[in-house]
Write a protein that binds this ligand. Sequence first.
Ligand SMILES: NC(=O)c1ccc[n+]([C@@H]2O[C@H](COP(=O)([O-])OP(=O)(O)OC[C@H]3O[C@@H](n4cnc5c(N)ncnc54)[C@H](O)[C@@H]3O)[C@@H](O)[C@H]2O)c1
Length: 254
Amino acid sequence: MRLQGKTAIITGAAKGIGAATARLFASEGARLVVADRDEEKGREVAEDIAAAGGEAVFHACDVGREADVRSALDATLRAYGTLDIVVNNAGWQLNKPLLDTSAEEFEAVLRTNLTSMFLFTKGAAKIWMEQGKGGSIVNVCSTFAVVGSPGYAAYHASKGGVESFTRAAAVSLMPHGIRVNAVGPGTTDTPGLRDGARDTGDEARGMASFLALQPLKRFGKPEEIAAVIAFLASDEASFVTGALWMADGGYTIV
Ligand SMILES: NC(=O)c1ccc[n+]([C@@H]2O[C@H](COP(=O)([O-])OP(=O)(O)OC[C@H]3O[C@@H](n4cnc5c(N)ncnc54)[C@H](O)[C@@H]3O)[C@@H](O)[C@H]2O)c1
C-alpha cells in the first residue's frame, strides 16, 4: 500500500474529487482527516471509510477562514499526532461573466480557491519544521489555469494563482524537505460540475454543452483525478516538486 503509515488531510472531501481521493488514500493505507464545510456529506465519507476498515475522522471547516484552517490542522495532530500529506482540493466555480462579477465575489472566489491553499501550506510547513520532518502537498488546480473562457473570470484568476503559488511554495519549501505539486483536472463528473450545468438554466443541456468540448468525448471520473493526486502525494513522486500535472483527457493540448 503506497500510503501506509501516512497521515493526510484532504479538503473538500465530502464530495466529488475530494471524496474519491479520500477513499483511494484510505485504500492505500493512509489515516485521514476529511475536512469540509458540508458536515452531513463529510461525516458520511468518513463513516464509509471507517466501515470499510480504514481510518478517517471528519472535521468541519471553511477553508477560507484562517481560524478554521488552524483548527483543522490541530484536529489532525490531536487525532493522529502527526501529518504527512495535505491535499488542497476544496474549491468552487462562480459562473459569472467578468463584467457582471463584483469585487466582493471575485475576492470570495480567491479566498476559497487560493488563499486557503496559502493558509494550509503555511500551517502544515510550520508543523513539519517543528516536527523535524518533510511533507507533501498537492493542490487541485484546473485546466482553467492555462486557458481562458468568458464565463468564469474569478475562477480562472484563482486557478492561475494556484499554478503559480504551487511553484513558489515548492521553491520556498524545498530546503525543508517539503514537496508541493498540483494536478489540473479537466471536466470531471462531480456534483460541482452538475451545479455548474444547472447554473446555465438546464442541467442536461449544460452537461451536453460541456461534453461537446471534450477531446475524448467523455468526462473525467473523480477516481481518475484521485489517482494522479495519490501518485504526487506519495513517496513514488519523491523527485517531483513544483509540477502541474494535467489530468484533462487532452483538453489543453488540442
Ligand atoms: N469537476 C471539475 O470538472 C473540475 C475541473 C477542474 C478543477 N476542479 C477542481 O477540483 C476541486 C474539486 O472539485 P469538484 O468538482 O469535486 O467539486 P464539488 O463541488 O463536487 O466538491 C467540492 C467540495 O468542496 C467543499 N467546499 C467548497 N468550498 C468550501 C469551503 N470554503 N470550505 C470547505 N469546503 C468547501 C464542498 O462542500 C464540496 O464537498 C475544486 O478545486 C475544483 O475547482 C474541478
